[in-house]
Design a protein around this ligand. Structure first.
Ligand code: HSE
Length: 407
């Protein structure tokens, strides 16, 4: 029997207990041994819940119990998760976590400790919830040189953008509704400002490129400035606006960014809606692949955590190698990234467009929305962000720019 402990009995922690109880037999078969939850660490009591008999409030009990071989960390946040996880790994206990903040900030160090101690630090649930993506990157796509990962990695913002597109409502209205329904956090900052997606793409990029991508180096812009008008333009263009987290290798340089992007139906991420997540991967021999599914929520996330527990149980005294070196990957500044831009500008389509826009930007595709007056939109040719900003500074009346991957 393999004894495990779960740190945190919140949404994901209670999901882990539920998954292990529900699929006990098949999980044990796949692990090759019975998996038993010996302790659940939480500050609260849970009277009436069978978990109560396993509840402990003191981490020392778990840390000092040599029977516990695997620890599930689903508390979230950096502290005390980091201290607990580091101590567990140093004392020879494997750790499975869903904590993307912890993995993005301390993953490289924790992997190193696990390797030294011949045990495992696994984090499938940290990116894309229940979608298998860490294991595919680490074990399945090893024949490839990966040159792009682009994901819709945050369910909350994808839900908000989908609702804005279907209902025509404003960002604020949809956010309020999503909070009332419990889809969005009371404090939605990490989601709507793109910080959550930023940590997830940092983790995926580190694994895909084999060198440490520091989340603090990634240009990050959220969806708070996206308006109902932007969505109307997107519709006229047959496009949708998605919060994309991208990392790419161009030549021998790398860049990474998180921002809203206008994409059309030629992009496989176009029809990823509501709370679903998807991760597009391009490899030099594979070509395109996409991973799609439930990116958040109690049971999908717990499913990925428990799959890691099974893997850790199968490799109790053997480290599963992960290609994530401590050597930092240098990212170029996004001013050097080339793409197209959708721009909204005050004025009339004829006079202002002919006289100003074409003179500065050269050829652009123009777009108007019948219900929006006194402004128009245009899409530039491909250019670097620096070139875009130099040109845009020569024009008065630009309302807003959204990066575009169209056609
Ligand atoms: N807040 C995250 C999301 C949860 O909305 O995707 C999963 O990491």
């Amino acid at each position: 029997m393999i004894q495990i402990a779960v740190l945190g009995y919140g949404t994901v922690g209670s999901g882990v207990v539920e998954v292990i109880n529900t699929n006990h037999e098949s999980i044990n078969k796949k692990a090759g041994e019975e998996i038993n939850i010996k302790y659940v660490l939480d500050l609260k009591e849970f009277p009436g819940d069978p978990v109560q008999e396993k509840i402990v409030h003191d981490y020392e009990i778990i840390a000092n119990d040599p029977e516990v071989r695997i620890i599930v960390e689903v508390m979230g946040g950096i502290e005390p998760a980091y201290t607990f996880v580091k101590r567990a790994l140093e004392s020879g206990k494997s750790v499975c976590t869903s904590n993307k903040e912890l993995v993005a900030k301390h993953g490289v160090e924790l992997l190193e400790i696990a390797k030294r101690n011949n045990i495992n630090f696994l984090f499938e649930a940290s990116c894309g919830g229940g979608i298998p993506i860490i294991r595919p990157l680490n074990s399945s796509l090893t024949a490839d040189e990966i040159d792009e990962i682009t994901g819709i990695l945050n369910g909350t913002t994808n839900y908000i953008l989908t609702k804005m597109a279907t209902d025509g409502s404003s960002f604020e209205e949809v956010l309020k509704d999503a909070q009332e329904k419990g889809y969005a956090e009371r404090n939605p900052e990490a989601d709507v400002e793109g910080y959550d997606a930023c940590r997830k793409i940092a983790i995926l990029s580190s694994l895909a490129f084999g060198r440490h991508v520091d989340f603090e180096d990634i240009y990050t812009e959220g969806i708070t400035k996206i308006t109902a008008e932007d969505i109307k333009y997107a519709k006229v263009l047959g496009a949708s606006i998605k919060l994309l987290a991208t990392s790419r290798k161009v030549g021998d340089q790398f860049y990474a960014m998180v921002c809203p992007v206008m994409i059309d139906s030629s992009n496989p991420l176009y029809s990823v809606n509501n709370v679903f997540n998807a991760i597009f991967v391009h490899g030099n021999v594979l070509g395109d692949a996409m991973f799609y599914g439930s990116g958040a929520g109690k049971l999908p996330t717990a499913s990925a955590v428990v799959a890691d527990v099974v893997d850790a149980a199968k490799h109790l005294n053997r480290n599963i190698m992960m290609n994530w070196s401590s050597k930092k990957l240098h990212l170029i500044d996004i001013s050097q990234v080339r793409q197209r831009y959708f721009v909204r500008m005050k004025g009339s389509l004829t006079g202002d467009f002919d006289n100003k826009v074409e003179a500065v930007f050269g050829h652009v595709d123009v777009v108007g929305v019948p219900s929006i007056s006194n402004e128009f939109g245009f899409i530039t040719e491909e250019m670097t962000e620096q070139e875009y900003h130099e040109k845009a500074s020569q024009l008065d009346g630009i309302i807003h720019m959204i990066r575009a991957r169209l056609g």
